[in-house]
Design a protein around this ligand. Structure first.
Ligand SMILES: *[C@@H]1O[C@H](CO)[C@@H](O)[C@H](O)[C@H]1NC(C)=O
Ligand SMILES: [Zn+2]
Length: 184
């Protein structure tokens, strides 16, 4: 076999490998369904969510967050990934002194489904909402060591992801996000 034939064979193989992996990644991303439910339409924060963000933009933020987080965790480079079929974002009418947002697995027990609860009291700007959603989506995708991982570490990783995505909180430490993501 001449050098040219070998070179052609190698590039064909690389092309097939690359195409195959790219398709697989796209399929993995397309597999996650995002649902947005605003239960606070009668409150100012809920209305602000509609005007500043809205359903379509919220879904695209969640999709981008998934890509960013999967990349950060190396899930598309061979690190074992969690399976996430569905993420439902709820905008809720919560007490003013409550948490900004928290994430849990689906309360009805549907496997590989997660819910993010965002308090309408803390809906400010599009940028602010984006930062909180990147933080919460990190909880969706991160492993927690079967419940043994330290809560502080889990929070630090979520804040690290948010920061490296270029979405720092305007007042770090001001009402904190919840840590209930794996209570259920
Ligand atoms: C919005 O609806 C909730 C639930 O029915 C209620 O508790 C709350 O007081 C309402 N808020 C306003 C501003 O009417
Ligand atoms: Zn958190």
């Amino acid at each position: 076999m001449g050098a040219q034939a070998v070179s052609l064979a190698v590039s064909t193989l690389l092309f097939i490998t690359f195409t195959c992996c790219t398709d697989w990644q796209l399929m993995a991303l397309a597999d996650t369904e995002y649902v947005v439910i605003n239960n606070a339409l009668n409150e100012s924060g809920g209305q602000k969510f509609e005007s500043e963000v809205g359903e379509t933009k919220a879904q695209s933020i969640l999709t981008s967050a998934t890509q960013f987080i999967r990349n950060t965790f190396g899930y598309d480079a061979g690190n074992p990934s969690k399976v996430v079929d569905k993420v439902t974002l709820y905008v809720d009418d919560e007490p003013t002194q409550g948490v900004v947002a928290f994430t849990s697995s689906d309360v009805s027990g549907t496997p590989n489904a997660y819910e993010i609860h965002y308090s309408q009291n803390y809906v400010d700007s599009l940028n602010g909402v984006e930062g909180v959603l990147y933080h919460e989506m990190t909880h969706v995708w991160q492993w927690n060591g079967q419940g043994t991982a330290d809560g502080g570490l889990i929070e630090s990783i979520a804040d690290y992801v948010r920061l490296t995505a270029g979405l720092p909180a305007s007042g770090w430490g001001q009402p904190s996000e919840g840590n209930k993501w794996d209570d259920g």
